[in-house]
Design a protein around this ligand. Structure first.
Ligand code: SAM
Ligand code: SF4
Length: 395
């Protein structure tokens, strides 16, 4: 059967957002809030209603990846996560090798609970450790302490060892004012010594309208130092390599076979379905590459709309061929694989690859920050600190 709503890649990736946390971290700009009582059951009903509405015009191709992100989805409860997975199973079913990730926070998923999430169908956990130093956790306003971080890592690693999980990852933040390179090195080493096959390491970003932004503007705390951030960024690849991990995207490192396939779907420009408060999706639409949509970020408004049987779309944007090409270049450059020039020609037409390479040459980037090898244009090793400038010049 051919269908206007079929994903170009033949299978679906699904993002499910859970918009509540125990405490708001000072630096966070994600769609999340703190509630005295999280309306878990009401939210599950809303998400299932949204899935029914969003999938109605779509082709039910098997699901390759699901990502429960947040907020803190480990606060939702295994039974609710299982309801979403059961709904997806009935709609399209899962590929045998489907990757099903839950973002979990230390202290917001007890040891037993992670096991219950695995029993509910989760086969990959991404744990928000951020730091294993008490003063940095306090600076970030994290709700958990160092002991809770270690306890959560150990229970996740035990589940991986027992085969209950197929993969596991931890998030760390670097470039925190006061954080030294030995601090970061100690965190990464402690995590990877436990056998973690995947690490996400994010440079601390000061987002507008966050408490961190206000504290810096008032001179209450220091801003992240660019020099220290670059030093941390450059120290990561040799550090993780000694544990068998390789960078595959600017912020992501993995052992062979443990790269996150969900994120790779975003970076390759694939269609994906997204539901929940503030979620962004990209689905096929007749005559264009696709349509990007974003849901309302306010959980009360989202719940009210869905309770009335309507979508809670905040905005939609048609993605045409030119825009899609720009996005593929932007996301491709963030990966170590780079931009696949033959694929670019297929999407953007004959001559587009030559045009990109000519732009790299004319801007003086070719040979300095980017290179062409094996049919791909990619960032050179030492150029990661200049990624944003390269993207601006080429995309
Ligand atoms: C939005 S959080 C959701 C997961 C979970 N609630 C947590 O905080 O661990 C996903 C990841 O984004 C990263 N993150 C969020 N805001 C950031 C910022 N301003 N700078 C750097 N990393 C950030 C954190 O490392 C976090 O693990
Ligand atoms: S726990 Fe995660 S999602 Fe929640 S406020 Fe902190 S960084 Fe944001």
């Amino acid at each position: 059967m051919t269908c206007g709503g079929a994903p170009a890649q033949g299978s679906w990736s699904v993002y499910v957002h859970f918009p509540w946390c125990l405490k708001r971290c000072a630096y966070c700009d994600f769609a999340t809030s703190v509630a005295e009582q999280i309306p878990r059951a009401q939210y599950t009903r809303a998400v299932l209603t949204e899935l029914a509405l969003r999938t109605a015009p779509l082709h039910a191709a098997p699901i390759a990846t699901v990502f429960f992100g947040g907020g803190t989805p480990s606060l939702w409860g295994p039974a609710h996560v299982a309801s979403v997975l059961e709904w997806l199973q009935r709609w399209a079913g899962f590929r045998d090798d489907a990757e099903i990730t839950l973002e979990a926070n230390p202290g917001a998923a007890e040891a037993g609970e992670l096991r219950d999430y695995a029993a509910a169908g989760i086969n990959r956990v991404s744990l928000g450790v951020q730091s294993l130093h008490a003063r940095h956790l306090r600076w970030l306003d994290r709700v958990h302490d160092v002991d809770a971080a270690y306890a959560a890592v150990d229970s996740m690693v035990a589940l991986l060892g027992s085969g209950a999980l197929r993969s596991a990852s931890a998030d760390v933040i670097f470039g925190i004012p006061g954080q030294t390179l030995p601090d970061l090195r100690a965190d990464v080493t402690a995590l990877l010594d436990r056998g973690l096959p995947h690490l996400s390491a994010y440079a601390l970003t000061v987002e507008d309208h966050t408490p961190l932004h206000t504290r810096i503007a008032r001179g209450q705390v220091k801003a992240p130092s660019e020099t220290a951030t670059v030093r941390h960024l450059m120290a990561l690849p040799p550090l993780v390599r000694s544990h068998g991990l390789r960078r595959y995207e600017v912020s992501n490192f993995a052992k062979l076979g443990h790269q996150s396939r969900h994120n790779q779907a975003y970076w390759s420009g694939d269609h994906y379905l997204a539901v929940g408060v503030g979620a962004h999706g990209f689905v096929p639409t007749p005559g264009q590459v696709g349509v990007r949509y974003a849901n309302l970020r306010h959980s009360g408004q989202y719940l009210a709309r869905l309770a009335a049987g309507a979508l809670a779309t905040d905005f939609e944007e048609i993605i045409d061929g030119a825009m899609h090409t720009t996005e593929r270049i932007m996301t491709g450059l963030r990966t170590t694989a780079g931009v696949d020039l033959a694929a670019l020609e297929r999407v953007a037409g004959a001559g587009s690859a030559d045009c990109l390479v000519a732009r790299a040459k004319a801007s003086g980037l070719l040979g300095r920050d980017v290179e062409v090898a094996d049919g791909r244009l990619r960032l050179r090793d030492g150029a990661w600190p200049r990624l944003d400038g390269v993207v601006r010049a080429l995309a």
